[in-house]
Structures are given as structure tokens and as C-alpha cells.
Design a protein around this ligand. Sequence first.
Ligand SMILES: *Cc1c(COP(=O)(O)O)cnc(C)c1O
Length: 380
Amino acid sequence: MKFETLAIHGGERPDKTFGALSVPIYQTSTFAFESVGKTRGYDYSRTANPTRKVLEDTLAQLEGGKAGFAFATGMAAEATVVHLLKAGDHVISGDDVYGGTYRLFQDVMTNLGLEFTFLRMNNRQAIERAIKPNTRMIWIETPSNPLLNITDVEMVVEIARKRNILTVIDNTFATPYFLRPVKYGIDLVVHSTTKYLNGHCDVVGGAVVTTTDELTQRVQFLLNAMGTCASPFDCWLVLRGIQTLPLRMKKHEENATAVANYLQRHKAVSKVFYPGIKSHPGHEIAQEQMKGFGGVVSFELTGGTKAVNHFLRRLEVFSLAESLGGVASLAEHPATMSHASMPPDYRAKIGIGDDLIRLSVGLENISDLTDDLAQALNSG
Ligand SMILES: *Cc1c(COP(=O)(O)O)cnc(C)c1O
């Protein structure tokens, strides 16, 4: 079955008990055994839950992986995945990963004995030079948040495979609709389902998709041992959102392209970051490995902090809010919001300036969006 069909029919649907077309919310902590030692497939909802299972199977099918796992948040998914490692192991991570990912690695996992090297993932030699005898994992995010840098997934996998290093991709921005990293040999795919997969800003959730039986077993073990799983209701909401993922992603991209083009022509804008723009350094790789460029556009204003504050205050259709990937358009200031957990000098080093603004372009009428940007930019 094709992607659009799997998004609607993935997993076991309709439900076996009564044929409910909408996946039932099995809001239960525990399940009655048939007899001692004999369950009906479920015993306790931390371990597994039938609503969660449909989401997990759907995610696995959409990514083309072995198994899917649904977590309470994207960070819960990431925290679980890094527990595949042990003290003394070394991880190479993109330097411009999501702020919370950086914080998890640098401020939490380092204390538990993991070692991290943060690196721009666009240079084969630099990645190879960073590999140490104890390197066990390479972590990438493409397009990255908030700079929309592009990583060549195939290149990273090729480097890692030769040395038996696990590869993990955060596929939140592209979603499996635009990027299928399993095709390139990635070992694990993680998501914040909070973003495009759910798509309606009404749930926080995460996911992991595995590609081998061994990884499936190990992730299932960790999810159960750590208790990082998603609730049945949240799984139901994400399932509901996923059904329209293909339609939404197409429209997000169409609107984002129009917004990027508009911003590029505006004299108050000094730089636009969008992989769909020909001059973007990752444009060619993005075009090769992705089916679309996504719905996030970042840009810099010429007028400094004052202009940034003025612009963000003036917006009416765009809400000033963190997060992204929902139907409603959002604008945010990475330096003080989504990426405030990165130290200022680190942010400056990787290119997240104080005059950077990130837009999550939603599904509103495009002229209302560009009109809103125009009135906020032109009123200064
Ligand atoms: C939001 C986000 C996360 C974290 O997910 P939560 O659901 O907020 O815990 C991780 N990676 C990326 C790329 C994100 O945008």
C-alpha cells in the first residue's frame, strides 16, 4: 500500500472486537488474564496497549521500518534511545540539533558518563576525524532546527556502517512523507510527534522506529523498563492527525515556499533559511533525498533586536509560540525560546543569532500569511 493509504489504514483497522472504524481508546492500565499465565495479548499498558499498538504499527509502516514505539514526548523517545548506550560510549551529534536534544546530551547524559562531540554534519572528513575507538552512535537531524541545515543521510550511513556505529536520525522536520531515512540505511528514526505527525498543537508525543529485530527488542525493553511510553488518548490524537499528514505536508510546503519567496524580496530581511531556495547550501542534497522541503522557514532581520521584538509583537495571524508543525502558523525567537537551553556562545558559534526568527508556516490562506508578515515588517 502507498503512503496516503497507510496513513489512514496502517496498523490493525478496523478494530477486531466491534469493527470500530476509528481506533478505540483503550483507556485502561491493566488487562484481565484468561487464566494464569495466559493473556489476550496485553497485560499492562506500560508494556503495551492496543491503541498505542495501532499507532506504533502505522509509524513503522510509514517509515518502512521493523517496529514503531510511541513515547510520552519527543524527549522521552530520545532519552530512551540514548539508553541503548553505556557509560564510556562516545556519540557524534549534529551541532545544530533541537535545543532540548543538545540539553539532554550535554547537561544530562554527560553526567552519566556518555561523551559527545557536536559537529556540523556536512563534511565527510570532519565526521571521520571525530570518530574515536569508543564512538557508538551518530545522531543527525535534517533539516535541522532552526537553521534548516541539510545532512546527506547516505553519506553519514556509509561512514557509520563501515565502523559498526549506530545511526539515529531525528526526522521530525521532514516527516516520513518527505524523507524516508530507512531507505538509506539509517538504524533508528526518532520523532517528536508533537509536530507534523500530530499536526494540531494538541498533544506532546514522541516515536522511535527500529530497523532490526535486535533493536526492536532493545527499544521495547527500554520503553518498558523506563516507562517512557505514550498514553492511549495521546496515541489516538496522533493517529487522527497522521491520517491527513500527506495533505498537510503538501500545503505546508506550498505556503512555506511562498513565505520564503516573499521574505527574500523584502529589504528588512537580510537572510532567509529554507532548503527549497536554490542558494541554500543544502538545496541539492535536499532535492535528491527529500520529496519536499517542509514547512519551516527561518530568517534574519536587518534591524537588530529592536526590529525583532517589534516584528514579533505586531504579528496577528502568526502566534508568538514555541513548537511547530501544526495547522496554525507560529513565529518564535530561537535565542530566547526554543534554543534558550544552548549557552549564548555556543548559539553564536553555530549561527543562531539574536536576530534570527523561525516561522512554522501553517495551513491558513497564503495571502493572509504574507499580508500579516508585510504589516509586521512594514510598520517599523
Ligand atoms: C520538538 C522537537 C523535539 C522534542 O520533542 P518534544 O515532543 O517537545 O519532547 C525533538 N526534536 C525536534 C527536531 C523537535 O522539533
